[in-house]
Design a protein around this ligand. Structure first.
Ligand code: ZN
Ligand code: ZN
Ligand code: ZN
Length: 94
């Protein structure tokens, strides 16, 4: 799927996403190992891992982004079509 929206000025990360990676499975890949629970899921656009959101107790997506410097996540929720860039705090729908 091509990204149609142009994100906030100064973010080259979201515009560099040519095809939005979709979740392989609709689970947080970290929480399943620790028997954790999650609220929403996000998919890293750099490596494709699917992790839990900031409303979830373990916030694995944000931890992953900071630890790996992978900048962009996409919502992995059905019906949600948006990307978020951590370093630029940028947001775009597609
Ligand atoms: Zn960016
Ligand atoms: Zn998690
Ligand atoms: Zn990643």
């Amino acid at each position: 799927m091509a990204v149609m929206a142009v994100p906030a000025d100064g973010c080259a990360h979201i515009t560099a996403v040519a095809d939005v990676k979709q979740p392989k499975k609709r689970v947080c890949e970290e929480c399943v190992h620790i028997n954790g629970q999650w609220v929403h899921l996000r998919t890293c656009q750099e490596c494709g891992v699917t992790l839990c959101c900031d409303n979830s107790p373990n916030r694995h997506a944000t931890t992953h982004a900071h630890a790996t410097k992978h900048p962009v996540i996409a919502s992995a929720e059905p019906g949600e079509r948006w990307l978020y860039c951590y370093p630029d705090d940028g947001f775009a729908e597609y």
